[in-house]
Design a protein around this ligand. Structure first.
Ligand code: AGP
Length: 608
């Protein structure tokens, strides 16, 4: 979703801003712009479409100032065109904004009555006018921003500059992520650490309702009463190489290929083979809590939701506790009944998804303890949960989530193992889970090593317009995730069913134009799944099957079999998902879609 970057320091601002915007391209956007102040004048350059268009325009104008702000916009209010692109201006004031101003229509009418003229259809433009108006009665820009924001309802990650005060950059946050990057002679402000990691690893994360007043070599954080807020600087551990493609054509392939390492990293130091359990330093729960615990409630969106649904099958088996799984966008508004002694599991790669974050806050309001299974260190979910497990998957740049899904499933297994072992699971059963997890990196690598077979298959399948993914039990959520991935990156219509449900309606869809991806590795439900497979084959469905190495039987139904190594049922769903990721990737490449930044999608959905 929108990305913002600001710079104030000794260097030229525009290359820093463009570099930061490029790093945030992965978040998804449809227009971009920068504003730079030089010689008391602000130059604003913005373009619809990709950043490369903006770069040409910036190169042509070469604004030379040392303070500036930039933005990638993902349209919410108003079409993705040049006028609606940020920055927005009112007189000498220029702003960039992430979030939504909920009362903008009321504010806009009142401002228009005072003679203010609006040029865009955006909600954000009111912020420029409010600050400009407040500036007339304030001592400085920071005071004007405070006065303006006191009138605003909604969310903002906001950067403001004033051409009369070029030694100041003001940043404000409510509900949209914002951090400051610090060096001895410059301050950076950004919605995303990737935008500044090439310049500094020293950061502070702003909290809601905080305002940062940045000057070239210093900063001050205040609240809405203009009281100083204390922040300790933190170090981000991200390396620049981690946010580059490293020789791959796309981030998506890089991230799929990284998964053996992802798994090793999330497991590092957390498995106890002797006691058949996991050690998780950040849960902050205690033994008594485990004994009282009555159920889990998992919340996530998109792929994180599917990871949660898969976790339900696993956690219920491990712990014998019920698990409810909710979409964040549904849970937050539907007045749910949440039992006492429930443990919330908040799953999010970014830790900034608005609906997931709001659901966490709803759980907190009800005094329900929650753990975060989050990838981005220091993100809003990570900071607001009672405890959690970092996924340690490294930056995930491709909009389509792959390695984070794998890590989210493993994180649930780790939590489940600890809970189960403190309740009824025997040490022997616990050791089986540990062994299965330890074997996983090599097994995933074996599948990745055969990716050319999947690439060839993808070429044959790329012309289909409709696809159906089928699996039973824990493989049903994998079918959902597989179909989600295909539709995201290839724009093919895809859906998923529990294989046993097909005969209740969806069998009517099967003909030779429907691609059916059937998940049937060897497990307790293999024979049942085989009957469902026969039902599809008998109706001429175009079958691709994911099966266990050595299973010759399934080859009777189709030539297109993708084999995965034999494995424990605890980790089998993770392995089955890997070829589905590769299949979606190679089909998308064949169809020529924008693989890393699919149309209409954003990496981190920070609006509801
Ligand atoms: C995944 O491929 C999607 N891009 C999307 O469904 C994503 O999983 C969802 O928006 C949740 O994001 P989060 O994990 O950052 O909360």
């Amino acid at each position: 979703m929108c990305g913002i970057i600001g710079y104030i320091g000794k260097d030229e601002a525009s290359p820093v801003l463009i570099g930061g915007l490029r790093r945030m391209e992965y978040r998804g956007y449809d227009s971009a712009g920068v504003a730079v102040i030089a010689g008391g004048k602000t130059t604003v350059i913005k373009r619809p479409g990709k950043i490369v268009e903006l770069v040409e325009a910036v190169d042509a104008k070469t604004p030379k100032g040392h303070v500036g702000i930039g933005h990638t916009r993902w349209a919410t209010h108003g079409a993705p065109n040049e006028v609606n692109a940020h920055p927005h201006q009112a007189g000498p004031i220029t702003i960039v904004h992430n979030g939504i101003i909920e009362n903008y229509q009321v504010l806009k009418k009142a401002l228009q009555k005072q003679g203010r003229v609006f040029v865009s259809e955006t909600d954000s433009e009111v912020l420029a006018h409010l600050v400009d108006l407040a500036r007339a009665t304030s001592d400085d820009l920071a005071g004007a921003v405070v006065k303006a924001l006191l009138q605003v309802e909604g969310t903002f990650g906001l950067l403001v500059v004033d051409e009369r005060e070029p030694e100041t950059l003001v940043a404000a946050r409510r509900g949209s992520p914002l951090l400051l990057g610090i060096t001895d002679d410059a301050i950076y402000a950004a919605s995303d650490a990737t935008a500044i990691v090439a310049h500094t690893d020293r950061v502070i994360y702003l909290e809601d309702d905080e305002i940062a007043v940045c000057r070239p070599d210093t900063y001050r954080v205040i609240d809405f009463q203009e009281q100083d807020m204390l922040h300790e600087e933190q170090r981000i551990e991200m390396q620049v190489e981690a946010i580059e493609k490293g020789g791959h054509d796309h981030f998506l392939l890089k991230e799929i290929m990284e998964q053996p390492k992802t798994i090793t990293d999330i497991l590092r130091g957390r498995l106890d083979a002797n006691d058949g359990t996991s050690h998780l330093g950040g849960l902050n729960l205690g033994k008594l809590f485990y004994q009282r615990l009555s159920r889990f409630l998992t919340v996530g969106c998109g792929t994180a939701y599917y990871a949660g649904l898969l976790g339900k099958y696993q956690l219920e088996r491990m712990t014998a506790l019920p698990v409810d799984v909710e979409y964040g966008s549904e849970f937050r508004y539907r007045e749910p009944v949440v039992a006492k002694d429930t443990l919330g599991l908040i799953i999010s790669q970014s830790g900034e998804t608005a609906d997931t974050l709001a659901s966490l806050r709803e759980l907190k309001r009800r005094s329900i303890r929650s753990l975060g299974l989050v990838n981005v260190v220091g993100s809003s979910v990570a900071r607001e949960v009672d405890g959690g497990v970092y996924l340690h998957a490294g930056p995930e740049i491709s909009v389509a989530s792959t390695k984070a899904f794998t890590a989210q499933v493993i994180a649930q297994l780790l939590v489940g193992l600890q809970v189960a072992r403190s309740r009824t699971m025997s040490v022997i059963e616990g050791r089986e889970v540990v062994e299965a997890l330890e074997a996983l990196p090599d097994q995933v690598q074996q599948i990745l090593d055969r990716r050319d077979e999947i690439k060839d298959l993808a070429k044959k399948l790329a012309h289909y317009d409709d696809a159906m993914y089928l699996g039973r039990d824990a493989l049903y959520p994998v079918a959902l995730e597989g179909s989600h991935k295909l539709k995201e990156v290839s724009y093919i219509h895809a859906e998923a069913y529990p294989a046993g449900e097909m005969k209740h309606g969806a069998n009517a869809l099967i003909d030779d134009k429907l691609l059916v991806v059937f998940l049937i590795p060897k497990n307790g439900l293999y024979d049942k799944a085989k009957s469902n497979l026969e039902e599809v084959a008998a109706r001429n469905g175009q079958l691709v099957v994911v099966a266990t190495e050595g299973d010759k039987d399934v080859a009777k139904y189709t030539k297109d079999v993708i084999y995965i190594p034999e494995s424990s049922t605890w980790t089998q769903p993770i392995l089955v998902n890997i070829p589905l990721q590769l299949l979606a990737y190679y089909i998308a490449v064949k169809r020529g879609t924008d693989v890393d930044q699919p149309r209409n999608l954003a990496k981190s959905v920070t609006v509801e």
